[in-house]
Structure formats: structure tokens, C-alpha cells
Design a protein around this ligand. Structure first.
Ligand code: URA
Length: 232
């Protein structure tokens, strides 16, 4: 059993204060019966709670992947730019998902968002070394010397030292890059340090997850198995 206002606020439906007013206004029902008080007890495992006739799903930990298009910043709010949150369906925003890591405004590809704080840390903390694979189109052509420099751990133009990474040349102006950390503009700066300005960048995989079957701009929820694999 749980208080109705706790259930609704955790589900992201409204604040406790707002819920009190909504109950008074007759906007909240439990199993079809208008709620009498914000603090009434409900059995959240079986009760159907509605706000303005819309069923409210209980809070749960959830992780989604977004196939991020260019032109959106990875942030929950921004005064100028559109944010990735605009692409996240309301049902997940209500549950409080936030980006785990970031992609630059012009980068496309796989971005994870979660309301699970421990998992967010696991995805983003450099010491966990979660692998991220990028496809880049760039000036020039990568060669064996570039790949060797990546393997050894590059030093960027500002002196930042990167962990060992992989560079796979894919012919003129194309490469696949695997990194295990997420420094600011990391891939663009790594490529620039070898004289190859990146023109297009897409994250293809993260922690073994791929974008397969997910159209640009779309979101899908991870399965429990996929979340466990990230957590391993
Ligand atoms: N490296 C970059 O330079 N940009 C990204 O968006 C991700 C990795």
C-alpha cells in the first residue's frame, strides 16, 4: 500500500501540492472512483490511477536509446538550441530520464538516457571504460601510422592525453574509431591532432548496443537483458 500523492509524484504526474488541488477538482480517480484525499492509501500493484481519465504508470527504472539526429544539443534545457529531450516521448520524460553521456550538437547516433543514477554513472565514468564506436567522414586518409598513434594513446593539441583507442581506416576520408572515454569533442579532436578534420560523425555502438532497426530521431526502450549487459 502506498499514498496516492506519493505514487503520483514519483510517477512524474505532478507535485504533491498540485495533486492536492487536482484531487479537490475531481481530476484524479482510483479504479474509476474519484479520489477523496491526496493521502488516501492505494494498492499500487493492482490499482488503476487516472488523471483526467489518463492512466498513470507507476515509477520504474527505465533506460532508452535515441538515434540522435544532428542539430540537437545533449542537455535537458537550452536557451537557444533544440535539446534531445524534445525527441523523448512524454512517458519517459515523466519518469525522469536524462542523457547518460553526450553527443555534440552536430553528431548523430546512439545516445542512452536513463533515470537510473547508478547505471548513468556506470555508462559515463571513464574508469568503467565502456566502449563507444564511431563512424567518421573526414579530410585526408587515415593510415597505419595514424592507427598506431591511436593505439599508443594520443596527445591532443592542448596537451590532453587520451587512453589507447582504435582507428580503422575505411578508405579515403572514412574511418571507424573506438574509444573508451568521453572527453569533450574527443573524436573530432583526436582526428584533428592527426590532421584529419571530421566532417560527419555518428556513434554506432555503445557498450555493445547498436542502432540496428532504429530510424533517425526515434527512441526505443532497452530490454531487461540489454540493461543487465550494460551493468555487467
Ligand atoms: N567525440 C566527438 O568529437 N563528438 C561526439 O559527439 C562524440 C565523441
Amino acid at each position: 500500500m502506498q499514498r496516492l500523492d506519493k505514487f503520483l509524484s514519483e510517477a512524474g504526474a505532478a507535485t504533491r501540492k498540485e495533486i492536492k488541488a487536482m484531487v479537490k477538482a475531481g481530476r484524479i480517480a482510483v479504479d474509476g472512483v474519484p479520489a477523496k484525499a491526496a493521502d488516501q492509501k492505494i494498492d499500487e500493484s493492482v490499482a488503476s490511477v487516472t488523471v483526467d481519465g489518463q492512466k498513470v504508470e507507476a515509477f520504474r527504472l527505465v533506460t532508452v536509446m535515441l538515434h540522435k539526429p544532428a542539430g540537437y544539443v545533449t542537455s535537458t534545457e537550452d536557451p537557444r538550441d533544440r535539446t534531445v529531450m524534445e525527441l523523448i516521448p512524454e512517458q519517459y520524460r515523466r519518469l525522469g530520464v536524462v542523457p547518460a553521456g553526450r553527443l555534440d550538437k552536430e553528431t548523430e547516433g546512439l545516445l542512452l538516457l536513463t533515470n537510473d543514477g547508478a547505471l548513468n554513472h556506470r555508462i559515463t565514468a571513464p574508469r568503467h571504460g565502456m566502449k563507444k564506436v564511431y563512424y567518421a567522414e573526414h579530410e585526408g586518409e587515415a593510415d597505419a601510422a595514424d592507427a598506431a598513434a591511436f593505439r599508443e594513446g594520443l596527445t591532443l593539441r592542448d596537451g590532453t592525453v587520451c587512453l589507447p583507442a582504435e582507428l580503422e581506416p575505411l578508405g579515403a576520408g572514412k574511418s571507424r574509431i573506438t574509444v573508451q572515454e568521453g572527453k569533450y569533442h574527443q573524436v573530432r579532436r583526436m582526428m584533428a591532432s592527426r590532421g584529419m578534420t571530421v566532417r560527419y560523425l555518428r556513434r554506432e555502438t555503445e557498450g555493445g548496443l547498436t542502432l540496428e532497426g532504429l530510424p533517425l530521431g526515434e527512441v526505443r526502450e532497452l530490454t531487461a537483458d540489454e540493461v543487465h549487459a550494460l551493468d555487467a
